[in-house]
Write a protein that binds this ligand. Structure first.
Ligand SMILES: Cc1cc2nc3c(=O)[nH]c(=O)nc-3n(C[C@H](O)[C@H](O)[C@H](O)COP(=O)(O)OP(=O)(O)OC[C@H]3O[C@@H](n4cnc5c(N)ncnc54)[C@H](O)[C@@H]3O)c2cc1C
Length: 386
C-alpha cells in the first residue's frame, strides 16, 4: 500500500491547480452571480487540457487514466467552486458512465467523444416529485414502439436541466413493480415534447442551474436505450462512481475552506497578535485538517479499490457520507474563524457553507448512505417499505 501519488499524478494535479487558480476564479464568481453553467468555450479549454476525459478510455478520445486521476482534477477545480468543476464532475463520474458501461457501441460512439471534447454535457434525471429517496417509486414511463422509445412523465431537481445537451432518464419500462421495472434511456435536448421548468433558486449550487423536465410523448431512437427494465442495479453500480465525485466536491469545498481560514487567522490581529496565536483557534484548525485528510483518504481508497471498474457501494457510501458531513462542519468552523468577514459575501466562506449543504442531499441523502453502509455491514438490504 502506498499513500503517495505518482509523479504523473502530482503533475496532473499541479496542472489542474495552476489552471484553476489562474483562470477560473473570476469566472466562478460571474457564473455564481448569474446562475449560469460553464460556457462552451471554457469547456473546450478543459477538453484541450484533457480534463473532460481523464478516466475515459482512449477509444472514445479520453486519456485512459484511472478514477483517482480524474478525482484529483475534479478536486482542484472544485476548490475554486463546484460551479466551474461541474463539467468535470459530469464527465468523470456522472451519468455518462452508465452510457460507457451499458449502452450500445453506436450510442457510446455518438455521445462519449462529444463529452470528452466539451461539445456535449450529459445530466441525470432520476428524481421525481413523488420519488426522491424512494427512487424506485418513479413513474416516468418509456415504451418501445418499433424502432423508437416513447417517454412520458416528469423529472425534478435535474442539475443542468435546460442547459445540458442530453439526459440519462430513469424510466419505468415494464409493468414489473419497484426496481424490477426500471430502465434508462438517453434523451437529447431539442427532442420534440421535451420541456423544462423554471430554473430553481437554491441555497447553494449557484452556477449549476437546476430545473424540472417534462416529457410529453418524447420519441427517441431505440438505440438510445441504456439499460432495459431490470437494469436498475446496473444504474446504481455506475452511480457508485458518482458518489465518489459528490464526495470529492465536498472534500474540495472543505479543503478550500481550510486554506482560506488558515491564511486569514495568520493575518487577522486581535489583542495585539495574530489570532492563530490563540489555542482555541489552533484546535479548530487542527480539527478541520484532520477531517479533510480523513475524507480524502476514504475517497482515494474507494477510487483505488475500483481499479478500472466501479467502486463498491460500501466504499463509495462511506466516502460520500463522511465527506458530506465533514464539509458542513469544516465550512461552518471556517466561517466562525473569520468572524464577521466569514459571514460577508465579500469573502468566499459563505459560498462554501451554502454549497456544503447541497452535496449531502444530492446523490442520495446522508441518512440513506448510512442505511447502505449498514446493509453492507450485515450483508443484506433493509426493506424500507415493510
Ligand atoms: C443540489 C441538488 C442537486 C440535485 N441534483 C439532482 C440531479 O441532477 N438529478 C436528479 O435526479 N436528482 C437530483 N437531486 C435530487 C436528489 O437526488 C433528492 O433531493 C434526494 O434523493 C432526496 O430526495 P427528496 O428531496 O425527495 O427528499 P425525501 O426523499 O423526501 O427525504 C426527506 C428526508 O427524509 C429522509 N428519508 C427519506 N426516506 C428515508 C429512509 N428510508 N430512511 C431514513 N431517512 C429517510 C431523508 O434522508 C431526508 O432527510 C438534487 C438535489 C439537490 C438538493
Amino acid at each position: 500500500m502506498d499513500f503517495r501519488l505518482t509523479e504523473e499524478q502530482q503533475a496532473l494535479r499541479d496542472t489542474a491547480r495552476r489552471f484553476a487558480r489562474q483562470e477560473l476564479v473570476g469566472l466562478a464568481r460571474a457564473l455564481e452571480a448569474k446562475n449560469e453553467p460553464v460556457p462552451a468555450a471554457m469547456r473546450r479549454r478543459y477538453a484541450a487540457l484533457g480534463f473532460l476525459g481523464v478516466n475515459m478510455p482512449e477509444a472514445y478520445g479520453g486519456l485512459g487514466l484511472g478514477h483517482l486521476d480524474a478525482l484529483l482534477v475534479l478536486e482542484e477545480l472544485a476548490q475554486v467552486s463546484p460551479a466551474v468543476a461541474f463539467p468535470v464532475f459530469e464527465s468523470a463520474t456522472g451519468p455518462v458512465r452508465a452510457v460507457l458501461h451499458f449502452a450500445s457501441e453506436s450510442l457510446r460512439r455518438r455521445i462519449l467523444p462529444a463529452v470528452v471534447s466539451g461539445e456535449k454535457v450529459v445530466a441525470v434525471a432520476m428524481s421525481e416529485p413523488d420519488a426522491g429517496t424512494a427512487l424506485t417509486d418513479l413513474a416516468t414511463r418509456a415504451r418501445v414502439e418499433g424502432d423508437t422509445i416513447v417517454v412520458d412523465g416528469r423529472k425534478r431537481w435535474c442539475s443542468g436541466g435546460g442547459h445540458a445537451d442530453a439526459y440519462v432518464v430513469y424510466c419505468r419500462m415494464s409493468d414489473a413493480p419497484g426496481a424490477a421495472g426500471i430502465g434508462a434511456v438517453l434523451v437529447e435536448k431539442g427532442a420534440k415534447g421535451l420541456g423544462f421548468g423554471q430554473a430553481e433558486t437554491l441555497m447553494g449550487f449557484r452556477g449549476i442551474p437546476s430545473s424540472d423536465l417534462y416529457f410529453d410523448s418524447v420519441r427517441v431512437p431505440a438505440d438510445n436505450l441504456i439499460v432495459p427494465a431490470g437494469g436498475f442495479r446496473q444504474l446504481m453500480e455506475a452511480f457508485d462512481l458518482e458518489r465518489c465525485g459528490n464526495a470529492t466536491m465536498s472534500l474540495a469545498i472543505a479543503a478550500a475552506a481550510l486554506e482560506e481560514a488558515l491564511a486569514y487567522v495568520q493575518e487577522r490581529r486581535q489583542f495585539g497578535r495574530p489570532i492563530v496565536e490563540f489555542q482555541a483557534v489552533q484546535l479548530k484548525l487542527a480539527d478541520m485538517a484532520i477531517k479533510v485528510e480523513a475524507a480524502r483518504l476514504l475517497i482515494w481508497r474507494a477510487a483505488q479499490n475500483a481499479a478500472d471498474g466501479l467502486p463498491s457501494v460500501a466504499d463509495s457510501s462511506i466516502a460520500k457520507c463522511y465527506a458530506n458531513e465533514m464539509v458542513r462542519e469544516v465550512a461552518a468552523t471556517g466561517m466562525q474563524l473569520m468572524g464577521g468577514y466569514g459571514y460577508s459575501t465579500a469573502y468566499r466562506m459563505e459560498q462554501r457553507l451554502r454549497d456544503a449543504y447541497g452535496w449531502g442531499i444530492a446523490g442520495g441523502t446522508i441518512d440513506v448512505q448510512k442505511t447502505n453502509i449498514a446493509a453492507a455491514l450485515v450483508g443484506r438490504r433493509f426493506n424500507q417499505r415493510r
